[in-house]
Design a protein around this ligand. Structure first.
Ligand code: SF4
Ligand code: SF4
Length: 380
């Protein structure tokens, strides 16, 4: 084992996940999910109810357009904005001149984080690209091919970036207004990952941008200090809670690694369970952590809360739409500001008040869905 692997700051299962087993790929080959998948992805059914009308779908679909039209991070690796090598012809001549820029480790780390923020990252951290967090195989939805995947040699550093999802629209989950906050996050992160990769290539190094393709985002984000793992299986960040989308760039540019950030999420989740209460498919566990998830779509092998991705997927299908309820109701999902930042620091420093915090969160109505026109998104 290389010394850097010994230092990887979180536990990782001792195998690599095959992307074929991810729910959105199982809809292609698993007979139990082919029909539900067709309904979700092929049929269009506008409804005469708030959040599901043609108007609402128009916003949701516009938000996704850059990802589906140019990014392809949900479809295949090394393609579109997530190409591992592409640079536009106009700027290629600058990139191909001279050798790599020689800066020190500290300087590299500082400039790459500065560039990431400039290009649109709301959060950025760096960690070792643990090989077990790279998929063993990708499932390419454009070519319908299942093939082995490896990062280019020496791309052992991972720059992890988070893009904030819109708070107001996420409050409408599980309807199309909320779906727009997800789509916009995916579109923006495709642009961000592409631009940062080109910046790094401009310095003379390899850069592999990645969305949901190629490698698992959540454990890399935790290792890179972006946040902690929540009961609902998502990354919870200090500033935006779980309301982020994550992209990454793998590179051979020498960089310093960040340390994980602990701010009381794990302990809070032991008491909270709001996401489990509000999950329409009962996919989120009320129980203690386990070492194994309920399906082949879980990356089993370490102690954590596992969700049931099959139940979640079947609800999306019934809903004709994705869902953000677990993000919407999470007490960490609050806009940045003095009051909410103070509460977050209370959680970190005085966990004895966690139960009280959860009670207040409920009493103040945080996390309630605004769907069904309680507050019309289009009027305010
Ligand atoms: S997305 Fe919705 S259905 Fe899926 S786990 Fe979260 S709350 Fe449950
Ligand atoms: S809703 Fe509560 S239990 Fe669920 S992830 Fe957020 S803090 Fe943890």
């Amino acid at each position: 084992m290389r010394s850097v692997e010994k230092k990887f700051p979180i536990l990782v299962p001792d195998y690599r996940f095959d992307q074929k087993n991810e729910m959105f790929k199982r809809r292609i080959w698993d007979k139990d999910f082919i029909e539900p998948g067709k309904r979700l992805y092929s049929e269009v059914k506008y409804q005469n109810r708030y959040g599901y009308r043609k108007l609402d779908y128009a916003l949701r679909n516009a938000s996704w357009n850059l990802e589906y039209g140019f990014g392809f991070g949900n479809m295949k690796s090394n393609h579109g904005l997530y190409s591992w090598t592409h640079i536009s012809e106009k700027i290629k001549r600058f990139v191909e001149t001279d050798g790599p820029v020689a800066l020190g480790l500290e300087e590299n780390t500082r400039i790459v984080k500065k560039a990431a923020r400039f290009l649109g990252a709301d959060l950025v951290g760096i960690c070792y690209a643990h090989p077990n967090l790279v998929y063993s195989h990708e499932f390419d939805l454009l070519e319908m091919e299942h093939r082995k995947i490896e990062l280019p040699e020496n791309c052992t550093n991972a720059i992890i970036m988070a893009v904030e999802m819109n708070y107001d629209s996420s409050r409408y989950s599980p309807d199309g207004i909320s779906g727009a906050s997800t789509g916009l996050g995916y579109s923006m992160q495709a642009v961000l990952a592409n631009l940062l990769a080109v910046f790094i290539r401009g310095l003379g190094y390899q850069a592999v941008p990645s969305g949901n393709d190629t490698a698992l985002s959540v454990p890399l984000s935790i290792a890179a200090g972006l946040g902690e793992l929540g009961r609902m299986g998502l990354l919870i960040t200090k500033k935006y809670g779980p309301r982020v989308r994550i992209c990454k760039v793998f590179t051979d540019l020498p960089l310093h690694y960040d340390n994980p950030t602990l701010f009381g999420v794990d302990r809070f989740c032991q008491t909270c369970k709001k996401c489990a209460d509000h999950c329409p498919s009962k996919a989120i566990s009320y129980e203690d952590k386990t070492n194994e998830g309920p399906s082949i779509s879980n990356f089993s092998g370490v102690r954590k809360w596992y969700i049931d991705p099959e139940r979640c997927f079947l609800f999306w299908n019934k809903n004709w739409m994705d869902c953000n309820n677990c993000i919407r109701v999470c007490p960490f999902n609050k806009p940045h500001g003095l009051l909410h930042d103070t509460v977050r620091s209370f959680i970190r420093q005085l966990p004895v008040f966690n139960r009280f915090m959860i009670l207040m969160d409920d009493l103040l109505g945080y996390g309630r869905s605004l769907s069904s026109s309680e507050k019309d998104f289009w009027e305010v």
